[in-house]
Design a protein around this ligand. Sequence first.
Ligand code: WTA
Length: 641
Amino acid sequence: MDTASTERFLPPDTLRSTANLTAAAFDEAADDRLAFWARQADRLHWDAPFRQVLDWSDAPFARWFVDGRLNVAYNCVDRHVENGHGDRVALRFVGEPGDEQAITYRDLQEQVSRAADALERRGVRAGDPVAIYLPMIPEAVVAMLACARIGAPHTVVFGGFSADALSSRILDFRARTVITADGGFRRGAPSALKPAVDAALEKCPDVTTVLVVRRTGQDIGWVEDRDEWWHDALAGASAKHTPQSFDSEQPLFVMYTSGTTGKPKGILHTSGGYLTQAAYTFWGVFDHQPDDVYWCTADVGWITGHSYLVYGPLAVGATQVIYEGTPDTPHRGRWWEIIERHRVTLFYTAPTAIRTCMKWGDDLPARYDLSSLRILGTVGESINPEAYRWYRRNIGGDRTPIVDTWWQTETGAHMLSPLPGVTAAKPGAAMGPIPGISADVVDDDGNPVLPGESGYLVLTEPWPAMVRTIWGDPDRFRETYWSRWPGYYFAGDGARRDLDGDIWLLGRVDDVMNVSGHRLSTVEIESALVSHPRVAEAAVVGAADDTTGQAVVAYVILREAAGRDEPDLAEELRRHVAVEIGPIAKPRHILLVPELPKTRSGKIMRRLLRDVAENREVGDATTLADAGVMDQIRSGMAAAR
Ligand code: WTA
């Protein structure tokens, strides 16, 4: 393994001297971490200065930039207009059917002001939660910023999630306002969203207002006195709206993410610290310069879309592409065509997408002029060295540094990453913490591992964009992240320190799967399967997959007549999971089994099921209550292959 660590890509000479972040930043942060963060906070406009950088007296509940006051939307929009950049393009929107819009910071200011005023006219006040369920269209950005402007926390629910997933989030968040669209364009056709909202709201009687963006023009259901067109609401609102200032700790948004139990956790992010770190990392890790054209392929429904499509880039006044559709519509060269057409310089995507493009062949990107690119990024899982080399060679022209950014919904912003002007990067390694961040790899007892050894990744000091709590469940917050080793945040990831001291991520050590860079909980999918009337019990594992990183494999015991030949049942169960959670959670394989491997205390031994799913010799099964179970499962799997 350590042979891999000898392969390195040095920063280009030009970047070494000119990059925003140089090696000196590490020394500055090491000298005085909090003073370093105070200087990063100066990237923002504060209406009232903070009196203290960090209050950690009630750990693990942090307060950053104490008593400072700011308006997040003003920082992302208005101040750029006031600084003479009103005509700069903020968003270059590319719709899947090929429609395009260039939205300047001035345009954005007007739209966000109108949307903020429209929300206020409908009674939304600071602190009132708003749910957003939109495709990748500029209105998603406008809606988020409008909420931020009036101090109303938002939760963006990924458009690929089902009505059930939407209603459970709306209920947990206690949202009374929903912003959605008739639909969006996906794979060459309109894909409806509004019917899922209508179904979800049958369970959410407290929702009184639904604003609907018209994107596809398809026929939709309409509830009088509740539903209203977004364009009508904005037309009837004022284009001038004065942003108020809010406390640094004003809740900005909640992002739901899968944990180790069935119920998704509402990760709360607040204003001053979050925006500081989003802006600093966007500026430093991507080395953003004023003439860059940036493109992040993530959906706004994920944390990456929040920090690196909305808040980070806009806080520094960047110009960026936002694309509605999929990489293969109308053809498999679509992404590269967009990069060529808009002269994209900074490109941020996920390893799973890179592996897919690899499968499609080198000749596709080769047809386009990608010479504008200067830095590439990845996020979501470790990038396999093979995919890294392909990305650098075929997309980056063997020129561009790659930043492999490790972070989480909970961390809010980048934590570990190579720096484009500093790091001699190793393919597959997130390398180490960026300036201002403190991380370590520790063993079971919380002691740092030696070089060459593996353990668990921990964050040893608080950071500005850190999760503040789990919405409505502070005990679960403390228990989940802070209880394993006192004083350390446990990320849930295994990691290795190589002989040079650099950090490699090894994947989750808990029951969370990573499918195409999306976090899915085994327990959540098991619960969905068990909610089907024919299912008695289910065990779900993530099996290694060449394209998606992991694939969902489910072992299911039926309620009666188990083993009866029911060829369509597995397909029906897959559809059922798609309805309960969303299509991304659909198991790749469902195997109907007579029994599951359990310990004597009744705990399912997922490790053994993973061995079977990955077609390996089954590991130590001596703690099983019934040793014969694994033989039955193995022969069932062999028959299914
Ligand atoms: C994984 C996405 C290795 C990791 C921003 C983490 C990574 C989880 C990387 C968070 C990376 C993300 N290298 N693993 N560069 N980036 N991960 O909350 O397991 O959707 O805990 O945040 O993704 O996923 P989340």
